[in-house]
Design a binder for this molecule. Structure first.
Ligand SMILES: [Zn+2]
Ligand SMILES: [Zn+2]
Length: 163
């Protein structure tokens, strides 16, 4: 399964934005504000776990945990030994994916771009597990792409058990 960073991008090597943005889930019970550094680009993951969780294609953008404020009740699902996924318990909207750093607080969030109106114009940054993509999902463009083999070679802690 994928770790928190889709690709090896750090916040500092992309096009970080510090403008404050706010998003919310479908029912409005959960509001997320990002007031600080975040990457105003979207990453995509086609791994089997993300396909099941998202229904087909997982999209996210990265924000420093110190910049993120969440209001409303959130349910967390521990999807692997190193990561969890969060969603609204009322409407089911997916909210974020993040690494669990040694059982402590996450250092960053991978937030769902669809929650934020501001993210509607953001470009695609990178795509991983491209060789596992659903036949119906092919993303155009010259963004960075990595296969499962390439990605797991760079992230050896991934168990690679999501057939
Ligand atoms: Zn909701
Ligand atoms: Zn994934």
């Amino acid at each position: 399964m994928q770790p928190t960073s889709i690709g090896s991008n750090r916040l500092s090597d992309g096009s970080p934005s510090v403008s404050a943005i706010t998003g919310h889930c479908l029912c409005g019970a959960v509001t997320i504000t990002v007031a600080g550094e975040h990457d105003a680009r979207v990453g995509a993951c086609h791994c089997r776990m993300c396909q099941r969780w998202s229904g087909g294609l997982f999209l996210c953008f990265k924000a420093d945990a110190s910049a993120v404020t969440v209001t409303g009740e959130v349910t967390h699902y521990r999807s692997s030994s190193f990561a969890e996924r969060a969603f609204c318990p009322r409407c089911g909207s997916h909210l974020w994916f993040n690494d669990i750093e040694n059982g402590g607080e996450p250092r960053s969030y991978e937030l769902m771009p669809g929650l934020f109106d501001a993210a509607r114009s953001w470009p695609l940054r990178s795509e991983i597990y491209v060789d596992r993509a659903l036949a119906s999902v092919r993303l155009l463009g010259d963004h960075r792409r990595k296969s499962r083999t390439e990605y797991e070679a760079e992230n050896p802690f991934i168990e690679g058990n999501m057939e």
